[in-house]
Design a protein around this ligand. Structure first.
Ligand code: FES
Length: 140
């Protein structure tokens, strides 16, 4: 039997985490290939529906990652994201998803090593949780 390889969708801010991912790549740092990056201009534009849709379409985990508090290029987008993620963690179980599958992080543009560590840690955690059990038929 093949070992479970989780799929991780990461919504990353253009200005910070995407740049950190790029730095990790150009620095030849290792991180698992399980992650698919979706570059957004700011975490504040990540609609909660995007997260739920990612899970409903087969993601085993979702990461939202952007600039550190106070560093958002759109003033307060990351604070909005933080509030939305908090609410999403409350409602995800109603859709049948463990809230541990969703994570919000702040990774600055120069934090390639941090990016590599977080992706590695999250993929390992998702392996521990196992595949998503799709037991619902909810459609947004
Ligand atoms: S611009 Fe990076 S989180 Fe807003």
């Amino acid at each position: 039997m093949d070992a479970f390889e989780p799929s991780l969708i990461a919504f990353v801010c253009n200005w910070c985490t995407y740049t950190a991912a790029d730095l990790a790549g150009t620095s030849r740092l290792y991180y698992p290939p399980n992650v698919r990056l979706i570059r957004v201009m700011c975490t504040g534009m990540v609609d909660p529906q995007y997260v739920i849709k990612a899970f409903l379409e087969g993601a085993d985990g979702v990461l939202v990652s952007g600039c550190h508090p106070g560093d958002c290029h759109y003033i307060n987008g990351n604070y909005k994201a933080r509030r939305r993620i908090r609410l999403l963690k409350e409602i995800l179980p109603r859709f049948g998803f463990d809230e541990r599958r969703l994570r919000l992080t702040w990774i600055g543009a120069s934090d390639g090593i941090e990016f590599s560590h977080i992706i590695t840690e999250l993929v390992e955690e998702l392996k521990g949780l196992g595949p998503v059990q799709t037991q619902n038929s909810m459609v947004i």
